[in-house]
Write a protein that binds this ligand. Structure first.
Ligand SMILES: C[S@@+](CC[C@H](N)C(=O)[O-])C[C@H]1O[C@@H](n2cnc3c(N)ncnc32)[C@H](O)[C@@H]1O
Length: 340
């Protein structure tokens, strides 16, 4: 079943959601919602502080989604097989203009010996603006037990969404997401949030797998082809983190079909402007990192936000075990033709 057909009654010509701006999710506000589950419709209504952006009619909102709006992963249990995977960015490199780690440690915390900085190899991967300058297979941010203040340079993704994002109807890919303002390269966009599933549970959802995001697994080697040494280094680093066991460590899957945030509306592109970065801050379990989406480039206002789903071609199967194929409509000149 086609995902967006099933959820939203199919696409058509490009259209704005009725009442332009009505579904703007004021990021930051959304992330400050209490960690309770509300319907996406309710959340959208609550998230419009500007009366001019009042929520659209119920029928309009019903057309957007039937999922519950959550701001953090809803944990179920453990482990899963690959679907989408986190992929390192080919275009963000450690910036020469990034401040020195010594400065950052001094600015980061009251202590010059921040353990979180050490876990990142002695460097803070963000610049003073909170933009990522050095992608890694896994970034450690300061956590609840750290003494540093909320403004610490090593607390970025946990502060929540900063940009005003908008859900809009695309021509051929169902709903998509774009920003109303320009986004600087390296900016944090949002987390991919949903139900945290164990392997068997994720497998049982084969017929409803449009919103599955596999986490904590090794990167797809095909994506690394042609990438810089940085990426090769990252894979090696990841392998070491996995214990050098050939990637047999248990993984998890986030399913945003029934519960999710705005991240569930972000489409795939073969020439993406976002990438998925693993981040840990509130626990130490490397198998279940937060999947945080960051900008790979400077993104102008209203350009659709996309990341590479990194599906493995001919590896996605239906309930009968038959290989599923999905055509990609990203429109990029580098499009591979298929999502999976
Ligand atoms: C996580 S959802 C993204 C949001 C989705 N467009 C919606 O309306 O809810 C993933 C689904 O969106 C559609 N999709 C995303 N990117 C696509 C692309 N480049 N080409 C075709 N379909 C795409 C596929 O149906 C895919 O399974």
């Amino acid at each position: 079943m086609d995902g967006h057909e099933g959820c939203y009654g199919g696409g058509g010509k490009t259209e704005m959601i009725p009442t332009e701006g009505a579904l703007k999710m004021v990021l930051g506000v959304s992330e400050r919602l209490p960690p309770v589950v509300v319907s996406l419709q309710e959340a959208l209504a609550k998230l419009c502080p500007d009366p001019e952006n009042a929520a659209p009619s119920v029928s309009d909102r019903t057309g957007v989604s039937t999922c519950d709006y959550v701001t953090a992963n809803q944990r179920r249990a453990a482990s899963s097989r690959s679907r989408r995977r986190c992929s390192p960015s080919p275009s963000i490199f450690c910036s020469e203009s990034s401040p020195s780690s010594v400065n950052l440690i001094w600015r980061c915390t009251e202590s010059r010996n921040c353990a979180c900085v050490a876990k990142n190899g002695g460097e803070i991967p963000y610049n003073y603006d909170g933009n990522i300058v050095c992608p890694k297979s896994l970034i450690y941010e300061c956590g609840p037990l750290c003494k540093c203040p909320p403004a610490c340079y090593l607390r970025v993704t946990q502060r929540g969404i900063r940009f005003k994002l908008e859900i809009f109807k695309t021509e051929s890919r169902g709903w998509g997401v774009r920003s109303l303002s320009s986004i600087p390269s390296g900016s944090f966009i949002c987390e991919y949030v949903g139900e945290l599933l164990e392997d068997k549970e994720a497998e049982r959802r084969t017929g409803n797998d449009e919103y599955l995001f596999d986490i904590g697994n090794k990167y797809d080697n095909s994506l690394a082809e042609g990438m810089s040494k940085l990426i090769t280094g990252m894979e090696k680093e990841k392998e070491e983190e996995d214990g050098g066991d050939g990637g047999e460590t248990t993984g998890f899957t986030v399913d945003a079909a029934k519960k999710g945030n705005i991240g569930r509306f972000i489409n795939h592109s073969c020439s993406p402007n976002l990438y998925a970065q693993n981040v840990l801050y509130d626990h130490e379990d490397k198998r279940i990192p937060h999947v945080m989406l960051f900008a790979m480039d400077n993104i102008p206002p209203l350009q659709e936000l996309t990341y590479h789903y990194n599906y493995m071609i001919d590896q996605v199967r239906d309930v009968n075990g038959n290989i599923k194929k999905k055509i990609c409509y990203c429109g990029s000149s580098e499009c591979s033709g298929r999502l999976y």
